[in-house]
Design a protein around this ligand. Sequence first.
Ligand SMILES: NC(=O)c1ccc[n+]([C@@H]2O[C@H](COP(=O)([O-])OP(=O)(O)OC[C@H]3O[C@@H](n4cnc5c(N)ncnc54)[C@H](O)[C@@H]3O)[C@@H](O)[C@H]2O)c1
Length: 253
Amino acid sequence: MKSLKGKVAIVTGGASGIGEAIVRKFVEEGAKVVVADMNETSVKNIIDNLEDQGLEALGVVSDVSKKADLGKLVSETILKFGTIDILINNAGILDNFMTVSDLDIALWEKVMDVNVKAPTMLSQLVINYWLEKKKPGVIINAASVGGMFGARGGVSYVTSKHAIIGLTKNIASVYREDNIRAIAIAPGDIRTNIGNTLKNPNTKGWNALVQYVATGPTGEAADIASVVAFLVSDEAKFVNGTVVTIDGGWTGA
Ligand SMILES: NC(=O)c1ccc[n+]([C@@H]2O[C@H](COP(=O)([O-])OP(=O)(O)OC[C@H]3O[C@@H](n4cnc5c(N)ncnc54)[C@H](O)[C@@H]3O)[C@@H](O)[C@H]2O)c1
C-alpha cells in the first residue's frame, strides 16, 4: 500500500536537491505533486522526466518570495488536483557565511524573504484554505542544523533557520485542534546544488564553522526525502510542532 496514495502536495524548490528528491519520493508513494520552483528549465526537465515514466505532476514556475506567484501556485494546484493536503516549504538560499560585521542588510532581507517570509505567506494561504474547507493538513518546513546552532551558516541564514522553527512551532500550537500539523526538518550536510551558490564565502564566517565545529558527514537528498515521506504520512500523526534532525550524527558528536 502506497503511503501517500491520493494526497496532493506542493513542494517549493522542488526542481533541485532535497526538493526534487521529495517530489520523486512522494510520486513513488502515490501522491499528486506540484513542483514549484523559480528555475523554469529545471521545472520542465523534472516534469518531462516524470511524464516519461507515466507519472502525473504539475510544474508551476514561481518565485516564492513574490506574493502574486504564491496565489497563482495555490489556485493552479486546486484547479489541477482539486485540493491540497501537504505543503513542503523547502525552497531556501544560503548567504555566503556572511558575518554581521561585514553584512550588507540587503542580503539579510533577501535571505529572510525566501527562507522565512515566503513559507509564512504560503502557509497562510494554505492554512486558510484548510480552515475554510475544514480539512486536515501537514506542513513541513525546511530548517537546518543552522536553525539550532550558531556556526552552521552566516548570520542571515542562521537567523532565518531559527525563525522558521519558531514559525513551525507556532502553527502547530495554534492549529492542533484543526488537525493541522507542522514539523521542521533540520538536515545536516546534504549533497545538492546549494553548495554551488557559495561564492567567496566570508573568511571569518566560514572559519567559525570549520575551526570550531568542523563539517559533518555528507548525506544524500534521498536520505531527507524518505524521512519527510514518513512525517507527512498518517503513520506519523502524533509528530507535531517539533524539529526532526537528519544529519548523520553531526550535531550529536
Ligand atoms: N543541502 C544541505 O546541506 C542543506 C542542509 C540544511 C538545510 N537545507 C535546506 O534545504 C532546502 C533545500 O536545499 P537544497 O540543498 O536542496 O538546495 P538546492 O539549491 O539544490 O535547491 C533549491 C531549489 O530552490 C529553488 N529556489 C531558490 N529560491 C527560490 C525562490 N525564491 N522561489 C522558488 N524557488 C526557489 C532553486 O531554484 C532550487 O531549485 C533549503 O531550504 C536549504 O536551506 C539544505
